[in-house]
Design a protein around this ligand. Sequence first.
Ligand code: AHR
Length: 500
Amino acid sequence: ARAHLSVGADFTAGTVPPRLFGSFVEHMGRGVYTGIFEPGHPSADERGFRGDVLDRVREIGPTVVRYPGGNYVSGHNWEDGIGPVADRPRRLDLAWRTIETNEFGLHEFVHWARAAGTEPMMAINLGTRGVQEALDLVEYANHPGGTAWSDLRRRNGDEDPFGIRLWCLGNEMDGPWQVGHKTAAEYGRLAAEAGRAMRLVDPSIELVACGSSHSAMPTFGEWERTVLELAYDQVDYISAHTYYEETDGPGEFLAKAVDMDSYIESVVATADAVRARGRHRKRIHVSFDEWNVWYQSRHRSGGIHQQTDDWAVAPRVIEDEYSVTDAVVVATMLHALLRHGERVRIACQAQLVNVIGMVRSEPGGAAWTQTVAHPFRVMREHARGQILDVRARGDHYDAGRLGDAPVVDAAGTWDPDGGTLALFLANRDLTEPAEVRIALHGFGELRPGRAEVLTAGPGQDRHTGNNETAPEAVGMRPLDGVRIEGGEVSVTLPPLSWAA
Ligand code: AHR
């Protein structure tokens, strides 16, 4: 296949939002317990944080981590996770039919986030709880002292306020599976009132209203419209979530970013329509706070809740093992987010550890990095400065229900301060290499820097992944043959590959 791309230093689409490279830790399966937290593990510190997992998380470098759910948050009592661990209650977690021991709670998460060098993003429970509990939590977390809740935080070991700026007003409240599920009007009013009150406690916070759980929800569009009509002044972001898997062959799967592009554009258009109707000045941004490849159909026999023994502590839940193909799809999802970075200001890959995780860890054993973490790490490191408006011509293919998709999918950034142009290129063709030529306009003299590629190596195929015995089977390898000549970059991408 062939593709001709064109990029220019003056043709940009906003600045790269640092929070675009976020992730998510939910109290679900082994995300927390035996994931980021395992007292007694040989690598654990005095707080029980697994050092081997932390090392991998620091390397991947999520800039923000959402917590504690997910569906879990809609039945969560934040107060259960504070104070002496021995006194913390064991509770039924109705979202995942497990037992929550509450050994890991708010203080532990904030300290873990500091150790990981990431910003905490807290979700409040608007399923079984409401305005008062949200107020108590913001006061506990962010008020300096001299009140009942803030002084309790200090007695519990943290003199200084946590200063948590980002707050999600519930999770997937449009989903009938959600504990405390609501109609758009019920939720929109609650989100507005919770948000308004939370800001009275701490005016510096940023608030995310729940959008749809995915774009195929029957209420998609109408949900966003109603919620924003009711809560526009109180919120800063509307959320989006999506998970993709291979159901109709690799061609369609590899083109899922086409769907993600259109999903984002629909949410932005809906938010802007509400802005126009309400004569609002500010714009609502998108928080794409759950996205990934997730093989839901493999796990689902009779509903997501039927996958575990009932009421176990930290069972193995949706521990997907990712392949080369999945890594290329995830890379193109990152391209879609980056292309829309002017409006998508937050995004959280879901999830960080074990549960559809970038990192895997075994109880008492090893930790390793999955294939999908590589494009994330590389783009988090190199996508800097201005988002390039990449113009593309080239071969297309039939991607089934997604229509015609470009074989080569691209995104890029230009950092004028560092003088660095970063290009991210995926070849969706399973068997043929792609010849890519990129015309450069207005960047001055450029020299080739680093070029790396993720693809199936010798003896591997598109299904190859990393596991405990071969933790580095798939990763970034040097890409040879990148040339810059006469204002043009030329490169050959191997079949089914992603290059930076
Ligand atoms: O990330 C797994 C689950 O997917 C989350 O708990 C929920 O918000 C979504 O449906």
